[in-house]
Ligand binder design. Structure first.
Ligand code: PLP
Length: 397
């Protein structure tokens, strides 16, 4: 420690905390954060080992429990989300699993928005359900539906906002009030906005979940996740599951995500500016029936998006006048856009949700979810928007 090792609390702006929070320099005086690739840590004596294991003395024991690089990432992300505590996980799905299994028990009940990440639905319906923890699904933006779905067993409300691919929102502050009135925790999967655009804890949410694989990495390299919240809920409950169950983050991945956090705000600004420009252009195309993007004035929740988020993110979708044939033709004609369901990358991606991410739903359920055969999703990366427009036009007319 030197006199330059500051605590990066509230007195520093977001941009500063994104670059510096959580770093503790070693005696080597390194400028960039080191990667501690070690599975275990050494004690000075048998007595010190005993004190560490009993919890009497804080400090590292084993990297499944704590690792200095991972801890730096956790502290930096906690600072950005305005959370007391953060624990890092091996993937976004591990973060959701750790939240549910760390905090709930057999007989408890979850209320979730219907339009959530596909693997989350599979996890809740096929795995968590087997343990006797049931989930009810409600329409994301319908606050009274949330309240009506709550029973005396409900412990957790789970939401993704904005939704993917139709970019629907829920009023987080209003949903937090409903959760707390009924003694439930509200968990927000903040993957699409990241703390650079939306901070659910400031709006009253109890838990923020991340797939760091997406925008926090930002360049499509590593799998990771995180859970943020209070020391009691996350530091005890979620961490209690993690340290024994084992889906912890590797030191190398934590280092990549640390570097990702340093550029997160400027990347999210660029993703948002690109997506808005593309959305406005798509609205003008005669082949396009409608565009879903919270930054458009035509978006039914544009006003809520403006108050709840500081920008509108990189994800948009649009509906062609045609159906699957026209959709696939557009996708197959692209030369630049990557045909992949991933998102949060510098490289833009294009997907046909009806035949991929939502392909396993029955046609009726797809229609109910608003996923038409002519729907295309684009996660706008950091390439030139002019080149992306040219790429879309290749197969559109
Ligand atoms: C990708 C994603 C996840 C799962 O994260 P992984 O890192 O792939 O395990 C969870 N929620 C959302 C919203 C996602 O986009």
């Amino acid at each position: 420690m030197s006199e330059k090792d500051l605590e990066f609390g509230d007195e520093f702006e977001f941009a500063t905390r994104a670059v510096r929070a959580g770093q503790v320099r070693t005696n080597e005086g390194e400028h960039s954060e080191p990667i501690f690739t070690t599975s275990s840590f050494v004690f000075a004596s048998a007595a010190e080992a005993a004190a560490r294991f009993s919890g009497e003395q804080p400090g590292n024991i084993y990297s499944r429990f704590t690792n200095p690089t991972v801890r730096t990432f956790e502290q930096r992300l906690a600072s950005l989300e305005g959370a007391e505590c953060c624990v890092a996980t091996a993937s976004g799905m591990a973060a959701i699993t750790a939240t549910v299994l760390g905090l709930l028990k057999t007989g408890d009940h979850i209320v979730s928005s219907r339009s959530i990440f596909g693997s989350t639905t599979v996890l809740l319906n096929n795995i968590i359900d087997k343990l006797g923890i049931k989930t009810s699904y409600v329409e994301l933006s319908n606050l009274s539906a949330w309240e009506q779905a709550i029973t005396s067993e409900t412990k957790l409300l789970f939401v993704e906002t904005p939704s993917n691919p139709l970019t629907e929102l829920v009023d987080i502050a209003a949903l937090a009030d409903i959760a707390h009135k009924h003694g439930c925790l509200l968990a927000v999967d903040n993957c699409f906005c990241t703390p650079a655009l939306q901070r659910p804890i400031e709006l009253g949410a109890d838990i923020v979940i991340h797939s760091a694989t997406k925008y926090i990495d930002g360049q499509g390299r590593c799998m990771g996740g995180a859970v943020c919240g209070t020391a009691e809920v996350v530091g005890d409950g979620v961490y209690g599951f993690l340290r024994s169950a084992g889906p912890s983050m590797s030191a190398f991945n934590a280092w990549v995500f640390l570097k990702g956090l340093e550029t997160l705000a400027i990347r999210m600004k660029a993703h948002s500016a690109g997506a808005l420009e593309l959305a406005l252009w798509l609205e003008q195309q005669p082949e396009v029936k409608c565009v879903y993007y919270p930054g458009l004035e035509s978006h039914p929740q544009h006003e809520l998006a403006k108050t709840q988020q500081s920008d509108f993110g990189g994800l948009l979708s649009f509906e062609l006048n045609g159906g699957k044939e026209e959709g696939w033709r557009l996708i197959d004609a692209t030369k630049l856009l990557s045909i992949t369901a991933n998102l949060g990358d510098t490289k833009s991606t294009i997907t046909h949700p009806a035949s991929t991410t939502h392909g396993r739903l029955t046609p009726e359920l797809r229609t109910e979810a608003g996923i038409s055969d002519g729907l295309i999703r684009i996660a706008v990366g950091l390439e030139s928007i002019e080149d992306i427009k040219t790429d879309i036009l290749r197969g559109m007319r």
